[in-house]
Design a protein around this ligand. Structure first.
Ligand code: NGO
Length: 535
């Protein structure tokens, strides 16, 4: 049933009770609001590729065990993670075992299941057991996220809740559409602590996001310790937009983020934005400036005013030091070098600089990612361009991106008027910017990455990413209000087959995530376009 999100709470729950009565559910039974709703098998975000509902549901009981393949420490770790999710709300012990007995929740790795790929899984639910099968641990982890969403939303709470804890019967077989399903957090304009980043990682993992792009440097702050250039972090990281204290990640902090992300099967994509967006670096080391004079630290929100000094040799010592140390720290394959809004760099200098920066990334064994302005220079073989244009970006600029794509440059799609999570939802949204327009929940979901840019072969689209720039964002509540629920739409565009794409059906599945997000303490934007339950 659909209710406008603006209905007052009481009126909404009266309607729900009335509806339950009409459907014959409420008559003579306990009040409807005391029994948690069992989600139907397909009511998952992102939509699974294949859902065959049927058969009796599985019910978790105080004696349920989580059974993992004994030979895989990763399967055991994922089983322990699942137990950790379910124990507080169910109050059950949920021991993790490798006793090879039937029944309970089974986590199985089957490397021979080629069709499941790197992240796919099968979930089979029946009266006797729930079995999760994957080819790789990442697939088991994604399966666990589906399993969570098949339990009542109250399972997400961290105190004991009333059951029963049922999982609808049937089989889900699921693999992702794209291998790159990202979210970006700008930790430069405002700094976010390791704990805040971990919290966001956990929230993204629930929706099968698999990349965390960290925007680690910009005019307002340098956020990663570089041993050979210590002032970048200690001085360049000492403030932020509005003049607060800023901060930076020590190498130990950064490794902690990497490890946490890896435990949720997210790959971290670090970004050092160059040659523009570099005031924090220019302020830290005077020799990086063509003038030899360091500018003051910057706490405003203008863009396009800073540039590394392209002709100076010391610039490339800086690039080498930074890329070398960051590449050595980062196990993931990508290193993002920015390249956007280099308005203070001449075109010839921009091309010359990007050639050298890309070479440094290659030298240290990483794959180049750059904002799509990179396609106006000479992208190296294997480079990935991140498109952040708008519907009304000029045809010439789109054609330049398409030409690079035809020549093999892969694309990550982050159209700003669709998936920039820092854009206001409506003119009344208290946070965010509006230079790319207002982006309501339907707008961020309702487009097709495979057919978005004219002339771009679908095969070069690596995936999608939702950036959250932080000029106006300074707390976890801010992150969550702007990201949720739009990031779910981006997660679904990245994961679900195009054949499942349908706003009318999506908004109903999304609505069912409302109580789950609320149970997780996420104060999401209650878009009136989504029929949130009001009970
Ligand atoms: C632009 C700009 C960023 C801003 C952001 C704000 C890109 C790639 N460069 O996106 O510096 O923070 O908009 O929405």
């Amino acid at each position: 049933m659909r209710l406008p999100g603006t209905l007052p709470r009481l009126f909404g729950s009266l309607l729900l009770v009335a509806a339950a009565g009409i459907a014959g559910i409420g008559a003579g039974a306990a009040p409807a609001d005391l029994t948690p709703t069992v989600p139907p098998l397909g009511q998952v975000v992102p939509a699974p590729a294949s859902v065959q509902a049927g058969g009796a549901p599985y019910t978790l009981t105080p004696s349920t065990r989580i059974r993992v393949d004994g030979h895989s420490p990763e399967a055991r770790r994922i089983g322990t993670y699942l137990a950790g999710l379910l124990r507080p709300s169910t109050g059950y012990a949920l021991p993790v075992t490798d006793d090879h007995l039937p029944g309970g929740i089974q986590l199985r790795l089957r490397p021979s299941e080629q069709g499941l790929g790197d992240e796919g899984y099968r979930l089979q639910s029946s009266r006797g057991s729930v079995t999760l099968t994957a080819r790789r641990p990442a697939g088991l982890f994604r399966a666990v996220q589906t399993l969570r969403q098949l339990l009542p939303a109250s399972v997400e709470k961290d105190t004991r809740q009333k059951g029963p804890w049922k999982i609808a019967g049937g089989t889900i077989t699921d693999t992702p559409r794209y291998g790159y399903r990202g979210a970006m957090l700008d930790v430069s304009r405002h700094f976010f602590t390791v704990g805040q980043v971990k919290r966001y990682i956990d929230q993204l993992a629930l929706y099968k996001i698999n990349k965390l792009h960290l925007h680690l440097s910009d005019d307002q702050g340098w956020r990663i310790a570089i041993d050979s250039l210590p002032r970048l972090a200690t001085y360049g990281g000492s403030t932020q937009v509005g003049g607060g204290p800023g901060g930076y990640y020590t190498k130990k902090d950064y490794k902690e983020i990497l490890g946490y992300a890896a435990s949720r099967y997210l790959e971290v994509v670090p970004e050092i934005d160059m040659p523009g967006h570099t005031n924090a670096a220019l302020a830290s080391y005077a020799e990086l400036n063509c003038s030899g004079i360091a500018p003051p630290l910057y706490t405003g929100t203008d863009v396009g005013f800073s540039s590394l000094c392209v002709p100076k040799a010391v610039t490339y010592d800086f690039v080498d030091d930074v890329v070398r140390e960051l590449a050595a720290l980062t196990p993931g394959r990508y290193l993002h070098i920015g390249g956007d809004e280099a308005h203070s760099t001449s075109h010839a200098d921009y091309v010359a600089f990007m050639d050298k920066a890309q070479a440094a990334v290659g030298k240290y064994g990483k794959t180049v990612v750059g904002w799509h302005q990179l396609t106006g220079a000479s992208p190296v073989a294997g480079a990935v361009a991140q498109y952040w244009g708008l519907d009304d970006t000029s045809d010439a600029e789109k054609a330049q991106v398409a030409k690079a794509a035809q020549n093999g440059t892969k694309l990550i799609l982050s159209p700003a008027d669709r998936v920039y999570l820092d854009m206001k939802y409506t003119k009344d949204t208290p946070l965010g910017l509006d230079w790319a327009g207002l982006v309501e929940v339907d707008r961020s979901y309702d487009w097709d990455p495979g057919a978005y840019l004219p002339g771009v072969p679908a095969s070069v689209v690596a995936g999608v990413e939702a950036p959250l720039w932080s000029e106006t964002i300074s707390t976890s509540d801010h992150i969550e209000f702007m990201a949720f629920p739009r990031v779910l739409g981006v997660a679904e565009l990245g994961w679900s087959p195009a054949s499942t794409h349908d706003w009318e059906q999506y908004r109903v599945r999304l609505a069912a995530q409302g109580p789950r997000m609320a149970a997780l303490g996420i104060d999401y934007y209650r878009s009136p376009k989504v029929p949130w339950p009001t009970g």
